[in-house]
Write a protein that binds this ligand. Structure first.
Ligand code: G3P
Ligand code: CA
Length: 277
C-alpha cells in the first residue's frame, strides 16, 4: 500500500521510534521488534549532524539516553557512529532489557532507508536551530530520492517551516504537520490546526491524542488531509482513532495494538491483517 491510501482494516499501526516500549528507541532493535510485532511501518526522528549527514535520534542533547555532554547536532557523523545508544534502556527498564541492547548504535538515515525502505516510513525532522532547517530538509529530500522511496516516506515535523522547504524542493514527497499538546497552547481549535497545515502545504495532519476531535478530523478530511494520531498505546485511543477514520496511529507497543485490531476484526469475520496483493 502506498502512503496516502486509507486502509480498510483500521488505522495503520506505526511503531513510534520503533517498538520503543520494548527496545531502545530509534535503534535497529526497536525497528526490528516493531515489524516482528506486526507494525505496518515505523516512525523515527531525524537530525542533522555537524557534517551534514542526517542521523536518527530524538533528543536535542545526549543527556537522557547516552549520558554524555553536549548537543547531539554538534557532533560529526563519524563520532555519532561510535556511540552506544541502548545501555540506558537496560538500566531504566531492567525487566524489559536485553544484553544485546547495549551495542545498539545511532543509525544514519541512509541505514534506515536501506534496511526498511520497503515499508511505510514516517521520518520526523527535528532541528531547534531554525537556520539549519533548510539543510536538514534538503538532506532528507536528497536521501529519499536517492533510495527512490518517495511513495513510502512521509516527512513530518513540528517545525512547519522545514515542511514548507521539503515541499518547495520535492512536491512529490508527502509531508505531515505535527500538533502537540502544547502547540501553541492546549485545546487548540481545529480551524487553527487546519489553517496551519494548509500554510505549510502538508498532506497529513498528525495530532497528539489530546487534540483528537471528531469535528477536527471530519473537517481536515473534507479538506483533503489524512489525519494521524500519537501516542496510542491503549485500545481506548485505537478504537476512537478507528471510529473517526484516522489513517495511522503511532504506538510504542505495536504488538498490543495489532493484537487488539486483529481480535476486533476477527470478531466481525475479517482476518485482522491487510491484504498485500
Ligand atoms: O509522531 C509524533 C511524535 O513522534 C512527536 O513527538 O517527541 O515523540 O517526537 P516525539
Ligand atoms: Ca517523533
Amino acid at each position: 500500500m502506498s502512503v496516502g491510501e486509507i486502509p480498510d482494516s483500521g488505522p495503520l499501526i506505526i511503531g513510534h521510534r520503533g517498538a520503543s516500549a520494548h527496545a531502545p528507541e530509534n535503534t535497529h532493535a526497536a525497528f526490528e521488534r516493531a515489524f516482528a510485532d506486526g507494525a505496518d511501518g515505523i516512525e523515527f526522528d531525524v537530525r542533522l549532524a555537524r557534517d551534514g549527514v542526517p542521523f536518527v535520534f530524538h533528543d536535542a542533547t545526549f543527556k537522557r539516553t547516552v549520558m554524555i555532554d553536549g548537543d547531539a547536532d554538534d557532533h560529526p557523523s563519524t563520532d555519532l557512529s561510535q556511540i552506544w545508544a541502548g545501555a540506558w534502556f537496560n538500566r531504566r527498564y531492567p525487566e524489559r532489557g536485553h544484553p544485546t541492547f547495549i551495542f545498539q548504535q545511532i543509525p544514519t538515515l541512509a541505514q534506515v532507508f536501506e534496511r526498511y525502505g520497503a515499508h511505510t516510513l514516517y521520518a520526523e525532522m527535528k532541528c531547534e536551530d531554525a537556520s539549519r532547517r533548510p539543510a536538514l530538509a534538503g538532506a532528507v529530500v536528497e536521501m529519499t530520492r536517492a533510495y527512490a522511496i518517495a511513495d513510502r516516506v512521509v516527512v513530518k515535523s513540528f517545525e512547519h517551516d522545514a515542511l514548507s522547504e521539503v515541499k518547495r524542493l520535492a512536491p512529490e514527497i508527502r509531508t505531515a504537520a505535527l500538533f502537540g499538546r502544547t502547540w501553541p497552547r492546549p485545546l487548540l481549535p481545529g480551524a487553527e490546526i487546519i489553517a496551519a497545515a494548509e500554510r505549510c502545504g502538508a498532506d497529513e495532519i498528525s495530532l497528539h491524542h489530546s487534540l483528537l476531535r471528531k469535528a477536527t478530523v471530519e473537517e481536515a478530511r473534507r479538506r483533503g488531509f489524512e489525519v494521524l494520531v500519537w501516542t496510542v498505546n491503549s485500545p481506548f485511543w485505537l478504537r476512537r482513532a478507528r471510529a473517526l477514520g484516522v489513517r495511522a496511529v503511532f504506538t510504542d507497543r505495536p504488538g498490543r495494538m495489532r493484537d487488539y485490531l486483529s481480535k476486533k476484526l476477527r470478531a466481525r469475520g475479517g482476518t485482522g491483517r491487510r491484504q498485500t496483493a
